[in-house]
Design a protein around this ligand. Structure first.
Ligand code: NAD
Length: 486
């Protein structure tokens, strides 16, 4: 597989990933650091897949401004993996041997290792506790999405920020993808007038979408379901695009494709117990096929029993795979949103209606999934004779602006750098060098915990709506910053 360290191997690898010549205005400008200034000390809490992006950044491009000083994870094998990566990056013969802690040792870690910042890249369910404890132990926090999974987590983080006055950076990388920032520019320019409504459809395919049903995400208690775990990216984009906050949410959805009952109802034959070792099954992921998956998960199983390659049709799934959400915004716009996790292609479509016209963004991240001769899904189609492209659904992005009484016009989307549609590498600059930034970002891409709250507020309200069948007034959940700590 050719996926870089910041990319889930089941996710499409966008073409913009390889660009080394980003468009003007996409990458912010930063001053050089003062060489006499001590490097910022980072501890990483949660040493799984996503941690790799931060480890690579702090041992590579951003090693001049920051360093990793400690690990925290309940699983020693996953710490071993990253410690070895750091050792290699430092040119050592073996692992770096950085101090390591279990979750109970967070306060000791911050104190003993003089950590300035804790990077939280753990299972979603643990974010609120780790953020709260890190702030109270005297560190700032960089936290991955979703900020947290439930209303209690929102209140806990809000209270900890209020009590400590410390800093929480929310890493919303999708904002930094040039196609998404360009849509923000179009809306902010007034070209479509006042936004009246947004229509947003996101499709996850049967390789990447299925992955949420293989991993810990399949249990709503761990992830908040895809309405929190995945859609918090999307709800953040809408909040940011239209510069507004959600007021009322209604949701409908269910598990209709993955899971034991659905597969039985469709007469699927007996399923392999796990992906590793299964052959000729496109829904299976063999952890041995990728050295990183093998080291991070297969060889780590003996410590905690966690299997990353569960069958997406096995019992125990408590999240939805088809979700529809209706959101009323405070200033009057409406969002209609849908998320499907078993699509034959992956990408999204957004329409923003305004009083002067509409903007439409269409993105194909993976046009189709190829099967090899044995029936296994091919994760890297660029390595096959057929290639990654289908003429009817070519990978790429298009932004169309059409003003009332005018013809449509295509708005150019500049190239980005790094994964997630060109967003990750730019995000990392903003995270690690933000005090060196020259000038403000006209796009306002940097996010803090208040943006994190507004994003998860939609998913948390949607989850409540799924349970009650009723619309949910977000203010009544008492979880937004402006609603105050409860
Ligand atoms: N922004 C993005 O595009 C993006 C992409 C991938 C993942 N993420 C986020 O990163 C986070 C991690 O995801 P991942 O894919 O790396 O998952 P993962 O399963 O690979 O890693 C999670 C790690 O958390 C550890 N952990 C469990 N309980 C813990 C605790 N109490 N304290 C500390 N660590 C604990 C696990 O042992 C594991 O090592 C998630 O919140 C996810 O939403 C974001």
């Amino acid at each position: 597989m050719t996926h870089p360290v910041d990319q889930n191997p089941t996710a499409p690898a966008p073409a913009s990933h390889t660009s080394t010549r980003p468009g003007a205005g996409v990458v912010p400008q930063f001053a050089d650091p003062d060489p006499s200034r001590p490097r910022r000390r980072y501890a990483v809490a949660g040493t799984g897949h996503r941690a790799g992006m931060y480890v690579a950044a702090l041992t590579g491009e951003h090693a001049d401004v920051g360093e990793i000083v400690a690990w925290l994870d309940p699983n020693p094998a996953r710490i071993d993996y990253h410690d070895t990566q750091v050792g290699a990056a430092l040119g050592l013969d073996g692992p770096a041997g950085l101090p390591r802690y279990g979750p109970e040792g967070l306060e000791a870690m911050v104190g003993e290792q003089r950590a300035d910042t804790v990077i939280v890249t753990s299972v979603d369910r643990t974010h609120a506790e780790l953020v709260d404890r890190a702030l109270r132990a005297g560190a700032d926090v960089v936290v991955e999405k979703p900020l947290t999974t439930d209303a209690d987590g929102c209140r806990r983080i809000t209270q900890a920020v209020a009590d400590t006055g410390r800093d929480v950076v929310m890493t919303f990388n999708y904002r930094y993808a040039p196609r998404n920032s360009t849509l923000r520019q179009v809306i902010a320019s007034g070209a479509i007038g006042e936004v009246t409504s947004v229509h947003f459809e996101w499709a996850l395919d049967t390789v990447h979408g299925a992955d949420y049903f293989r991993r810990w995400h399949r249990d709503k208690a761990n992830s908040g379901g895809l309405l929190v775990h995945k859609a918090s990216h999307h709800f953040d984009l809408v909040n940011w695009w239209i510069d507004d906050a959600p007021a009322k949410v209604y949701a409908s959805g269910a598990l209709r494709f993955y899971g034991e009952e659905n597969s039985a109802a469709r007469g699927m034959r007996e399923r392999p117990e796990r992906g590793t070792g299964a052959h000729g099954d496109p829904y299976s992921l063999d952890l041995r096929a990728d050295p990183r998956l093998d080291a991070l998960y297969l060889r780590a199983e003996r410590h905690d029993g966690y299997r990353r390659d569960q069958d997406p049709f096995a019992p125990g799934i408590t999240i939805e795979d088809n979700m529809s959400v209706l959101v009323d915004y405070r200033r009057g716009a409406t969002l209609t949103y849908s998320l499907n996790a078993h699509s034959p292609w992956e990408g999204y479509r957004v329409t923003v209606n305004g009083t002067a016209g509409r903007a439409e963004l269409q993105v194909v991240e993976r046009g189709f999934i190829e099967l090899d001769d044995d029936g296994n899904a091919v994760l890297d189609p660029s390595a096959t004779p057929l290639g990654a492209h289908d003429p009817l659904r070519p990978e790429g992005d298009h932004l169309i602006l059409q003003r009332h009484w005018q013809r449509p016009e295509e708005v150019a989307i500049p190239d980005g750098i790094g994964g997630h549609g060109g967003g990750d590498a730019i995000l990392l600059k903003d995270v690690f060098r933000r005090d060196l930034r020259i000038g403000d970002d006209p796009l306002g891409r940097a996010a803090d915990y208040r943006d994190g709250l507004r994003a998860v507020a939609v998913g948390i309200a949607a989850n409540r709506s799924l349970l009650t069948g009723q619309p949910v007034v977000v203010e009544q959940l008492g979880l937004l910053h402006e609603d105050g700590p409860q």
